[in-house]
Ligand binder design. Structure first.
Ligand code: EMZ
Length: 390
């Protein structure tokens, strides 16, 4: 079986040239320009220096594209600086580590098995809307500890809660999420349960009970942060294996390489291109002046291809033993949802390796991010494939 589309497993490094020449890139974003930090060492250093490069700026400003125009609620903990940040993480960490429980994993496996079974039944299907989005939404019911029937509403929202086909920042769409969360919070106040809303409403951080607005801030992040990122990681993995089926077979033969393989895929795809910070004072990065109250970005996608750190950075190498990628961020703000995301990918990739003999790609529409002078393939708007079972 030969694929009708080719090259879809390739995710070129959009930043190579600029990283080598100056280590910095520039882009405008709604008249609030961004100096992009491109090298791994520099990204780590800035991520660590949260006194100079803050996250607790105006809500929405550290996101690129900025969400200042469509969001007033501060997302917690990612738009909060230390020391308050630490108090929120302490509260949230145990909950977001639940994917390590066997019982959670068994429930996730049922969702994954059903998703793959449905894929076998279809002659062909769109991985983004018919595989990755439903899988991400159903898995989210486990993370929130809510009933599975909630997932259909979230599936209907589409891949991104703030972006639509017509607009990168869709205020009407964002309001659907905000209203939904407000309603769920009121329900949890009226009838407390054992879901994340109820748990947060009855919790304290930094010595104070969480306010409704703070609970909303955690919930917006939980819905938005792990959505297109997880969908991209799933879809891109399937695109990769469609052209590298021997790598999938290898995981079936040598399951002990699973975790290493998943980390390498996550490095290569870098599902979140970058995250911003706001400078609290005049400073410099790579001899480039950064003015107080302007934005920089920590460009994870570029850092993960840094040739000073990764040998053959543009190759997917399941034998890469040392892999200090920063796809889940770095330092204080490393991704709260990483355990959940990793668990989905590990169980999914292993199940595909066990069950799928061939993946034929039929039609692909790549999602190219335009970032000033850079164009980066981050995933797919749609990817039609067919699965052949073993
Ligand atoms: C924000 C962000 C978090 C933002 C870790 O990333 O993800 C983006 O997709 C959202 O639009 O609001 O949650």
């Amino acid at each position: 079986m030969t694929s009708k589309v080719t090259g879809i497993s390739e995710f070129p490094d959009a930043f190579a040239q600029q990283r080598k020449v100056t280590g910095m890139g520039q882009m405008d974003d709604q008249n609030d320009p961004v100096n992009m930090i491109l090298g791994l060492k520099d990204v780590r250093k800035a991520a660590h220096n949260c006194a100079v490069f803050q996250s607790g700026a105006k809500p929405g400003r550290i996101v690129i594209p900025s969400e200042v125009a469509i969001r007033e609620t501060r997302q917690i903990p990612f738009e909060v600086d230390p020391p308050q940040h630490g108090g929120f993480r302490e509260l949230l960490n145990p909950w977001f580590k639940r994917p390590l429980d066997e019982c959670y994993q068994a429930r996730l496996q049922t969702i994954i098995d059903e998703t793959i079974e449905n894929a076998f039944k279809a002659e062909s299907f769109d991985v983004v809307s018919q595989f990755a989005l439903p899988l991400q939404s159903k898995a989210l019911t486990l993370l929130l500890n809510t009933s599975m029937d909630k997932a259909q509403t979230w599936i209907d929202w589409g891949t991104h809660v703030f972006r639509s086909e017509d607009s990168d920042l869709d205020g009407d769409k964002a309001n659907i999420l905000y209203n939904y969360i407000d309603e769920q919070i009121e329900n949890a106040i009226a009838i407390p349960g054992d879901d994340l809303y109820s748990v947060l409403l009855n919790s304290q951080a930094n010595g104070k009970k969480l306010s409704k607005e703070e609970v909303k801030g955690v919930m917006i992040l939980t819905f938005a942060g792990g959505r297109d990122t997880v969908i991209n990681a799933i879809t891109n993995s399937i695109a990769y294996f469609s052209e590298n089926i021997s790598d999938l077979k290898r995981i079936d033969d040598e399951p002990e390489i699973l975790n290493r393989a998943v980390e390498e895929l996550i490095r290569y795809f870098s599902p979140l291109t970058q995250m911003g910070r706001v400078a609290t004072q005049d400073t410099s990065v790579c001899e480039h002046a950064i003015k107080a109250d302007t934005r920089v970005s920590l460009c994870w996608a570029s850092a993960n291809r840094d040739e000073k750190v990764f040998k053959n950075p543009n190759n997917v190498d399941f034998d890469r033993k040392v892999n200090p990628h920063i796809s889940f961020g770095f330092s204080h703000h490393n991704c709260l949802g990483a355990t959940h995301a990793r668990q989905i990918l590990r169980q999914l990739v292993l199940s595909l390796a066990n069950k799928v003999a061939q993946i034929e790609a039929i039609k692909a529409d790549e999602n190219i991010e335009k970032l000033g002078e850079f164009s980066r393939k981050v995933g797919f708007n749609s990817l039609h494939v067919s699965f052949k079972s073993k």
